[in-house]
Design a binder for this molecule. Structure first.
Ligand code: SF4
Ligand code: SF4
Length: 59
């Protein structure tokens, strides 16, 4: 499961575009994990985020 570190997220939307599976959306200027069940843990969003605001959690 990916986790957004809200304090670091600046709402640029790069991760939303980077995710091939539509897991993330921008809501009120922050990235939100809207479809965690679709996350393949590919890491694309983590690599794409310019602010290191995404981390991989457990399970
Ligand atoms: S790429 Fe990073 S800073 Fe930009 S919206 Fe996603 S989590 Fe936030
Ligand atoms: S790890 Fe991959 S599938 Fe999961 S949210 Fe990030 S880009 Fe999408």
């Amino acid at each position: 499961m990916v986790k957004i570190i809200e304090g670091k997220c600046e709402g640029c939307g790069v991760c939303v575009k980077a995710c091939p599976f539509g897991v993330l959306e921008l809501i009120n200027g922050k990235a939100v994990v809207v479809h965690p069940e679709n996350c393949r843990k590919c890491g694309a969003c983590i690599r794409a985020c310019p602010n290191n605001a995404i981390e991989m959690g457990g399970n």
